[in-house]
Design a protein around this ligand. Structure first.
Ligand code: ZN
Length: 430
């Protein structure tokens, strides 16, 4: 039987409900001797893949010897009715097909159509929020049918389905391809030529970042068509791949003058003895100092929570005449949402629309630091109406400042990437 037809038959027969089946489609699995096979179980004999169909082991066609039946990125054509309510002929991948069954179909049955986009988790959760009833036995809202809504138990099944994909990761290693162990054959030549061409400008991080961009593009071109490309598309993995294979790049020790050391070779090419000092600096800060700073950030969060634990946002208005005059631009427009603007004869809540309509102008804003409430409390008008509903939330809110310190230390620990942004004084100085 052709392996594509087999996959579709097996999935429609709900073979994916069994963990052993899910684990074996993306790996080479040997069926244990002396056990009774079930429908669509998989076995390998002499390098060839077999599946147990209607009482006998049938060889699957299209499988390379000693290779898994599918890699998740493998493209095939999906015809109408080969997935519930699916009505067109499309190209999809084995991974997506199985994912739709195990997660989407398992959770919601036929409520959702086949998803061929790879499901952006944020989009999908927004969609679910819009459809989900509050309680399991809530009546259908007016004008809605069972198909238009999602019940809490279905969301529970969805989470379970997503978790069921985790064990499959053992067999799915996108970076486990031979091609991803190497880079474009011309890459080092191009790199060395660029470094030579710009040798007088290498103290400018913008130049280094531009060189890295050219090399990244060349490497991406090399990986195009490879199963590892989706993994290396993420910014973090790209940065790590660059340090490993392309060039180590900028190593910025914590120094006052803002200078840095450029390490033009990659880890895989071996150590450059002339850059030993910079590397040692980075290794030392990376493994101990910066790691220790993570703890410092955590400690700061606790201290700030202790300081602010008795600080409350209380209802009412302290009627202060003091305010902060802020200039609104694209960069800071979100910062003041929910606060109060001082206007003739009172205050007005600052909604995002109101703020956006005032970009390029000044607004007078009430601030907690200027509040006249007794004790160390602030009134709802000087902080925010929404926050006054959770009077104690202020400690958690203030602590997020220290969480940023912790995040910064952690990124130094795990490797970071220089970025170049255009400097706009009107926006960046406020
Ligand atoms: Zn106040």
């Amino acid at each position: 039987m052709d392996k594509r037809d087999w996959l579709i038959k097996a999935c429609n027969a709900r073979a994916w409900e069994r963990l052993i089946w899910r684990l074996s489609i993306f790996t080479v699995s040997i069926f244990p001797e002396g056990q009774e096979p079930e429908e669509y179980d998989i076995n390998y004999k002499d390098g060839k893949a077999y599946s147990f169909i209607e009482g006998e082991w049938v060889m699957l066609k299209g499988v390379t010897n000693d290779e898994p039946i599918f890699v998740p990125e493998e493209v095939f054509v999906l015809n109408p009715e080969e997935y519930p309510r699916h009505k067109e002929t499309i190209k999809t991948t084995a991974g997506r097909y199985v994912y739709n069954w195990i997660v989407v179909h398992y959770a919601f049955g036929e409520k959702f159509l086949y998803d061929n986009t790879g499901l952006d988790p944020n989009d999908f959760s927004r969609r679910l929020y819009g459809m989900c009833l509050e309680f399991e036995d809530d009546a259908l809202p007016d004008g809605k049918e069972e198909f238009d809504i999602v019940r809490p138990s279905e969301v529970g099944r969805f989470v379970k389905g997503v978790m069921e994909t985790a064990p499959m990761c053992m067999g799915i290693v996108p970076t486990g391809s031979l091609r991803s162990l190497e880079t474009h054959p011309d890459l080092y030549k191009v790199r060395d030529a660029l470094l030579e061409k710009h040798k007088d400008e290498l103290d400018d991080p913008a130049v280094v970042v531009r060189i890295q961009k050219v090399l990244d593009d060349l490497d991406t071109e090399w990986l195009e068509q490879d199963q590892s490309i989706d993994f290396f598309r993420s910014k973090k993995s790209r940065m790590r791949r660059r340090k490993l294979l392309i060039m180590h790049g900028i190593e910025a020790a914590f120094r006052e003058d803002g200078k840095y050391d450029l390490i033009p070779t990659s880890l895989i090419e071996g150590g450059d003895l002339t850059k030993l000092v910079a590397k040692f600096n980075s290794v030392r800060e990376g493994s101990y100092d910066r790691g220790a700073e993570t703890a410092k950030g955590g400690e700061q969060v606790r201290i700030i929570q202790m300081i602010f634990q008795n600080h409350k946002i209380v209802p009412g208005d302290c009627k202060t005449k003091a305010y902060h005059r802020a200039y609104l631009n694209e960069q800071n427009v979100n910062r003041y949402v929910g606060m109060s603007e001082v206007v003739e004869g009172g205050v007005q809540p600052l909604t995002l629309e109101r703020l956006k309509s005032r970009i390029g102008k000044y607004v007078d804003i009430r601030r907690p630091i200027l509040c006249q409430m007794p004790h160390i409390d602030t009134c709802a008008y000087c902080s925010s109406q929404a926050k006054s509903e959770q009077p104690r939330a202020v400690a958690a809110d203030v602590a997020s400042g220290a969480s940023n310190v912790m995040g910064g230390a952690m990124s130094s620990m795990h490797g970071s990437d220089p970025k170049v942004n255009e400097y706009i004084p009107e926006i960046h100085i406020s």
